[in-house]
Design a binder for this molecule. Sequence first.
Ligand SMILES: Nc1ncnc2c1ncn2[C@@H]1O[C@H](COP(=O)(O)OP(=O)(O)OP(=O)(O)O)[C@@H](O)[C@H]1O
Ligand SMILES: [Mg+2]
Length: 379
Amino acid sequence: MIDWHFSRPALASEHLELLFDKGVSRLTFFGRRRIGKTEYLQRDLMPAAIAKGVVPVYCSFWENKDQPHLAFIRVIESALPEGRWKPKLKIGFQAALFEAAAEIERADRPKAALPGELTQAAGLFAAWIKHLDDRPALVLLDEIQHLATSSQFATFAASLRTMLDMAPPTMRVVFTGSSLADLQRLFEDQKAPFFNFATVMDFPLLDRAFVDHLAEIHHRITGLRVAAEDLWSLFERIGRNAQILTGLVERLVLLRTEDWKLVWEEIEGDMFGENGWCERAWHELALSDAVVYLRLLEGKDLFSEDSIKLYDRFGFSRGTAQQALRRLINRGLLHRAGHGRYQRLVPILDDWIRGAGVDYARLLEPRGEQDEGSSEDPA
Ligand SMILES: Nc1ncnc2c1ncn2[C@@H]1O[C@H](COP(=O)(O)OP(=O)(O)OP(=O)(O)O)[C@@H](O)[C@H]1O
Ligand SMILES: [Mg+2]
């Protein structure tokens, strides 16, 4: 069987080296949705860890969005040899459901961990450490920011922090998160459970080699040659969304064609068309976010006198514009490229904005339902 996975062994050994040879005890990767974080943890970092004699465990806090502590309990429980710990809880885990739920980023009915469950988590964790018997271990905690999305999760977050704090130095931790504002809430707020616990770094994006790898798979299966150069510029336009590109190449293989434009037209409809991804992404923005985004699109200085006057006309302040920037970063639409410099990450959204004739005057018209993004507002 042909494996579509594009492996990144050099990156994995670099990270393992940082953790196990250079003494960095915890790493946090931040990266927007669908850029390959989970696949990297599971298919690259875990196998490389095993090859190095390190015992890895992987837990995604999106496995159980309402009760993330149960995901943790399940993972540690299954890391223990059978019989060491008799499960007292019945935890339902449905992989298919998880896939469908993956689009929804917040818990529906967040439930706090019961005292007994916290005790159980700590007990299991201690049993696992004992079972490790000084072997090095790597704990991978995916979507850690989820713990910052509800006050119901605070007690579990605090006890998780304590567990990790008391773990032996042979245990290292990698966190990933896809929402910067939530990560900041966990890691940077002085009262936050993980304050100063790990340094947040950008997750390295998949690059041209990934695109060439997919083009090569397409060639091996169909005997045809797709223009990798074109796929690469497409990949950049869609903000390096690995899921869309893999889906596109799968479709090319299925249709036995090298005509990527044909398949892109189908996908483009979903993205550009009425009620497509771009339109929805745009309408989800709060007014201040939209104004700031347009300002960036025009290449204007965001805090010049003219800009402040413009914000004033829309009824918001300089401080709100700063919050808007954070929300845009949080949504994966912008990247902070340096002091006061912001890079737009999803060029197709820019194309859509230009094509749809969106401008400041149109923004002043009623925009229908608006999400002020307050739940994501770090301020
Ligand atoms: N290294 C890779 N090789 C091949 N395909 C990949 C690779 N990384 C990602 N993909 C494709 O992109 C999809 C999304 O990747 P993944 O789920 O790892 O992203 P993510 O950053 O964890 O997203 P989310 O924030 O939504 O959890 C995968 O299901 C797979 O189809
Ligand atoms: Mg993921």
